[in-house]
Design a binder for this molecule. Structure first.
Ligand code: ZN
Length: 322
């Protein structure tokens, strides 16, 4: 688990506990000011507990009847709350997660992360690498029924079959990485054929295997490249160093020729020289990529020995009426 995310979560859990304590105090105040009858019962319960403890310490009682008497007064409190039109747990401790009582951990003496913390961590991890919080974009959610089963004349197989082949190749790559046989992946196809889905599903598979990934859009790439160029800061460092970098929708970004091309070349070059993987999706053909990004860059990708080439074709899935 990543330390930076865990300390962020620690702070969030602390805020959560604080907010819940505030709610408890506000509720108690409401009872004190507006429901004196219930307040009397609450005080009676407190006296019962404190009184019994005092007597036990003095050796005058063994506290055996305490649970029964507590149950009685609790029942009276619940009934009074209901009569007042309030929920019967109105005065109970407020927990967002009753399992760990908002500590994030369970178990004694071995402390383990609560399921709520694991879930929050996974959401945060996904967001930190450019994915959405939920896991809709994963191979498990690939629905071939949404893809037309009509033959693509140029290719000779159906759009669905082509998409399934692409899914399988991408899933195999993400499952086997870094021993996937190909260092890089280039996913090509027009808009609306599922390129982004494949990229995100690959990232999902990699992070569930504990691998480090970063997903950015080509637009975000240009923004970082420009920032790094004009401000000479380290905004490109993470892009250079992350073991798997995924750039979605290359070709959709605004072009600043001297900066974008140069930075893209440096990025790909440095990543390839240090054997890091880059996954790119684009709606441009190789010819269009060459025109936009020069042969120097395209030749970095267009290598059948090091780059897995995936092509999608057919009808825009977003325009299909269901
Ligand atoms: Zn919990």
């Amino acid at each position: 688990m990543r330390e930076d995310l865990l300390s962020e979560l620690d702070r969030e859990y602390e805020q959560r506990r604080f907010a819940n304590e505030q709610t408890e105090m506000d509720r108690r105040k409401t009872i004190q000011t507006r429901f004196p009858e219930i307040e009397q019962l609450v005080l009676q319960r407190e006296n019962l507990i404190h009184g019994t403890i005092r007597q036990m310490l003095a050796g005058n009682a063994n506290g055996q009847d305490l649970p029964e008497r507590m149950q009685e007064v609790n029942q009276k409190i619940r009934e009074a709350l209901c009569r007042a039109g309030l929920p019967e747990d109105y005065l109970s401790p407020v927990y967002t997660c009753p399992i760990c009582r908002d500590t994030g951990y369970v178990g004694e003496p071995v402390r383990e992360p609560c399921s709520c913390l694991k879930e929050a961590y996974s959401r945060k991890l996904r967001e930190s690498i450019g994915l959405t919080g939920d896991r809709k974009e994963s191979f498990e959610h690939f629905d071939e029924q949404l893809i037309p089963d009509s033959v693509l004349p140029d290719i000779g197989i159906t759009q669905r079959k082509l998409a399934i082949m692409a899914r399988d190749a991408c899933a195999r790559w993400a499952e086997a990485w870094p021993d996937a046989g190909y260092r890089d992946v280039l996913i090509n196809g027009e808009s609306g054929l599922g390129k982004t889905f494949l990229i995100r599903a690959m990232a999902d598979r990699l992070i569930s295997r504990g691998k480090q990934v970063l997903v950015i859009s080509a637009y975000q790439f240009v923004q970082l490249a420009r920032k790094s160029f004009f401000e000479s800061d380290d905004s490109m460092d993470e892009l250079m160093n992350v073991p798997v970098l995924m750039i979605d929708d290359l070709g959709s970004e605004p072009m600043m020729k001297s900066i974008t091309v140069e930075q893209m070349f440096n990025l790909l070059n440095e990543r390839q020289e240090s054997s890091r993987s880059t996954v790119i999706s684009t709606n441009l053909t190789l010819k269009e990529l060459r025109e936009r990004y020069t042969e120097r860059i395209v030749s970095r990708l267009n290598n059948p020995h090091t780059c897995l080439m995936i092509t999608l074709a057919g009808q825009d899935l977003r325009t299909i009426e269901r």
